[in-house]
Design a protein around this ligand. Structure first.
Ligand SMILES: NC(=O)c1ccc[n+]([C@@H]2O[C@H](COP(=O)([O-])OP(=O)(O)OC[C@H]3O[C@@H](n4cnc5c(N)ncnc54)[C@H](OP(=O)(O)O)[C@@H]3O)[C@@H](O)[C@H]2O)c1
Length: 333
């Protein structure tokens, strides 16, 4: 079955990169012990960078990009998976150093796959993708305060970069946990959307994009930060006693200038989140919580489903900041 199938091939000749959707055969796939018939992939900013020029992440060409996918196992040499298992892949440098999900067939290491919970669809898994997994990991890091600190309840939570993929899903999850979520955004026009996801209050990002005081008025029991830089430094200064700040991104700045004061005076915990190599156990735990925490009807308002050919037109727009919402790639479209 599917001896020939469609894939997006990225190639390099000298300084020039080319991208082409073409028919290839299974012998083209080289890594891994499980062959998956891919249903959906998605478009992350990292994918757009890779499609542009490999982003110094791709080491060999020709290459198949696509850092996430969902689908059904066709063949498995691994005892962990059998034909017809429905699976999810995000991260592990698939789509970078290994062939990825912009292909009707993908061959990957079985250690990287998670079984898809039965109560979500293959499409819903990619509506979340890496952004959703990261938002889940961040949100559970905040919630851990209640477990680690034995019952210290959380009330007020801040989410930065709130209209982004990670931020918007974190707003939804944290409000489902019952917390009062304040969303930081540079796009005031998104206020209604962020409130529909569960945000109680909105702050303009300019209010936090300033030099921080060592300690500011304590406002937050938890923070999910997707932007880094001064906004993260201010969030740390405004975190209350024993609060947890989950930092996952650098959409504003990769640098962080802060002081030890939030840590030694208030016991604030700065918790780094890396979804790329998160353990399978942790992934399985959070994917199985999705049904309770994600309202897909609300997220679907901002989803566009495209095919591989359309992806070639869309990714340059993402690099120019001209896209909004999430793009899902239907490999059968
Ligand atoms: N650690 C991990 O495992 C992991 C996984 C996935 C993503 N990430 C990182 O997390 C970050 C967010 O990812 P994403 O997929 O949510 O990206 P995204 O959809 O592009 O969203 C980023 C959001 O950040 C805000 N933003 C952008 N530029 C900004 C600036 N200069 N100053 C302040 N805010 C700014 C914007 O929010 P508003 O429009 O609301 O202002 C934007 O929507 C990225 O840095 C990404 O690399 C990390």
């Amino acid at each position: 079955m599917l001896d020939n199938f469609k894939a997006l091939i990225l190639n390099q000749q000298g300084e020039n990169f080319s991208r082409e959707v073409k028919s290839i055969s299974k012998s083209f796939l080289k890594h891994g012990d499980v062959v998956v018939k891919v249903d959906y992939s998605d478009l992350n900013y990292k994918d757009a960078l890779i499609l542009n020029n490999g982003a110094k992440l791709v080491k060999e060409f020709p290459h198949i990009p696509g850092i996430d996918f969902s689908g059904t196992v066709l063949e498995s040499e691994s005892p962990k998976f059998k034909k017809d298992d429905e699976v999810i892949l995000t991260g592990w440098r698939v789509g970078e150093i290994y062939f990825g999900g912009y292909s009707q067939l993908a061959k990957v290491n079985s250690d990287y796959l998670v079984k898809k919970p039965k109560n979500i669809s293959s499409k819903q898994a990619m509506i979340l993708g890496t952004a959703g997994l990261t938002a889940l990991l961040c949100s559970f890091a905040i919630k851990a305060r209640e477990e680690i600190l034995l019952g210290e309840k959380i009330k007020d939570v801040l989410v930065t970069g709130a209209s982004g993929g990670v931020g918007s899903i974190a707003v939804m999850i944290l409000s489902k946990f019952g917390y009062d979520v304040t969303a930081v955004t540079g796009k005031v026009e998104n206020e209604k959307y962020l409130k529909s996801l569960g945000a109680k209050n909105i702050i303009n990002k300019a209010d936090l994009d300033k030099d921080p005081r060592p300690l500011d008025k304590g406002l937050w029991d938890g923070v999910v930060d997707t932007v880094g830089g001064k906004i993260l430094a201010n969030a740390l200064s405004q975190t209350r006693d024993n609060g947890i700040v989950a930092a996952c991104g650098n959409a504003s700045d990769y640098k962080l200038h802060t002081t030890v004061m939030p840590f030694i005076i208030r016991g604030v915990k700065l918790w780094g989140i890396n979804s790329v190599t998160a353990s399978i156990k942790r992934r399985e735990f959070v994917w199985n919580e999705v049904k309770n925490l994600i309202d897909f009807d609300k997220l679907e308002q901002s989803i566009k489903t495209i095919n591989l050919e359309e992806l070639l037109d869309i990714y340059p727009k993402m690099l120019k900041g001209e896209t909004s919402g999430r793009y899902i790639i239907d490999l059968n479209k």
